[in-house]
Each structure stands twice: as C-alpha cells, then as structure tokens.
Design a protein around this ligand. Structure first.
Ligand code: BEZ
Ligand code: FE
Length: 271
C-alpha cells in the first residue's frame, strides 16, 4: 500500500479529531515546558500501554465518560452510559427462559434481572433486543480474563409481547482495574482508587427506536461515588433485593435466585 492509499483509508472525521488532539497536546507541552526526556517517556509509556493491550482500557478509564457525555442529549429516554472496553459483539442469542451462559461453579450469587422496555410514549416494545454482558462475582470478564470460557456472562435476548424480559445471571462484583499494568501504574501515580462499582452492561435495540448503550448499578455499592471511570448516573442505580423466600427456604435448588433487580428502559423513537 502506498502512502497515498494509506491516507485515503483514514476516516476524514478521525483525521480532523486527531488534528485537534495534537493541537491540545501541543498546548500542554507549551504550558508545562515538557522536556525531550519527558516527551520520550510519555511515548514509551503509550508504547507499553499498547504492547500490553491496555489502550482501550486506558482510554475508557480516562475518556469514555467524556465521549458518553458528548453524545448524550436529555430527552426523556433512559440515560446512556459508557460502553467500556469489554464489549464483544455477536454474543449468543438465548432461548427462553433466558439465562446468561455461565459455569456450574460461577462466582457470584444468583440474580434474576427483570423489567420492561417501552417507547417514550409509554408503549411496551415487543421484540426489543437486549445485548447484555457483565463481570462475574469475581470481577472477571470473559475474553479478557484468562480461564473464563468464551461468551461467559454474555447473551442477547428479546422482550415479550408486553415489552417484558427476565434473565437469570449472577450478581457481578465491583471491577478492579489491573494494578500491575501501565494503566494501574498511572492510576497509582495520580493517587486514584482502582475500582468501578458492580454493574451490568446492556445495549438495547429495536427497529423503530434509537439504540441505547447503558449500565445498571446497585444501591449501597461502596464505589458509587468514587467510580474510577466516573460513569455512575443516579437514574441508573437500582435496588438489589435479597430474595429471602428462596435463599433460605427448602426451595434452595441449585439454580434458584437469591437476588432480584428490576429495570425499566425507555427508548426514543428514530429521529
Ligand atoms: C467497564 O464498564 O467495565 C469499564 C469502563 C471504563 C473503564 C474500565 C471498565
Ligand atoms: Fe464493565
């Protein structure tokens, strides 16, 4: 490929954004009188971030929330939230009764998440798709943590004729940014804590409505107000109910839920 061809393949918007980013970096270099040594050290740091595969993580810890904010307009629908670096497309399409794929000994308490998907006018949406992914009860994401099977805790399912859904999963743990890598070293140097509160990710789609990428958090989580990614929005925090009837009674079958949470999503019509 010639240089000319290579230039042509770059999305022009991305080229413009990059040009603005370079201008912003140039301002910082001037403001801080950055030396050659420091300039090379920043380059070496970024090289290590890329070598360790942490570029999406680094960007999402520090900038994901800015991208979400820049694209969000309040208009009555459920609030969007950061996608994060752990989304994998084409998760398995689940068959009812829905349960995210998981191992028999999956870390985490059983959880049943249920709710509705509606349009802005309150109309229940039949056949809305929820593409859901999450960490397990040990804070591990499949495809990113060694030893976790492909598409573990990831799946797609749809709402019924009344816009309702119910899916079995496990309560996720708070997610800790890896401490050993360059992103962790930077957080340490900046005096920041390493955790995101426990959360569920979901992308919602329906042919007649705008797609929505968001997250669900749980009341009482220790990291709601100190999220390392700064992404928590009050509207997205729900109660995690302990289901005592099932968790301490004789109904304690292996797969019976011990927690429930309820989430209602509202989608905006296509523009
Ligand atoms: C997450 O949602 O899992 C996430 C978001 C930003 C940075 C790291 C993780
Ligand atoms: Fe996440």
């Amino acid at each position: 490929m010639t240089t000319d061809q290579a230039t042509q393949t770059l999305n022009p918007r991305v080229a413009e954004v990059f040009s603005d980013m370079l201008e912003a970096v140039a301002t910082v270099i001037q403001k801080r009188s950055v030396t050659y040594e420091e300039y090379r050290e920043v380059g070496g740091f970024l090289e290590e971030v890329a070598k360790q595969g942490e570029l999406p993580l680094l960007m999402d810890v520090f900038l994901g929330v800015v991208v979400d904010d820049a694209n969000y307009t309040a208009n009555g629908g459920t609030e969007s939230n950061v996608e994060g670096p752990f989304y994998i497309p084409d998760a398995p399409i689940l068959q009812p009764p829905y349960a995210l794929p998981r191992r028999g000994n999956e870390p985490g308490e059983p959880l049943v998440m249920s709710g509705t998907v509606r349009g802005l006018d309150g109309k229940p949406l039949t056949g809305a798709m929820l593409d859901m992914w999450q960490a397990n009860g040990a804070g591990e994401y499949s495809h990113f943590h060694p030893g976790v099977p492909e598409f573990n805790m990831r799946g797609r399912f749809t709402t019924d004729s009344e816009g309702r859904f119910e899916v079995r999963t496990v309560v996720p743990a708070a997610y800790e940014i890896p401490k050993q890598g360059p992103t962790g070293r930077l957080l340490n140097a900046l005096g920041r804590q390493f955790f995101r509160p426990a959360h569920l990710h979901v992308k919602l789609s329906h042919p007649s409505y705008q797609s929505l990428t968001t997250q669900i958090y749980f009341e009482g989580d220790a990291y709601l107000h100190s999220d390392v990614a700064g992404a928590v929005k009050d509207e997205l925090v729900v109660a995690l109910q302990k289901d005592d009837a099932r968790s301490n009674g004789e109904q304690q079958a292996l797969d019976s839920p011990s927690y429930t949470c309820s989430c209602s999503f509202v989608l905006q019509p296509q523009a």
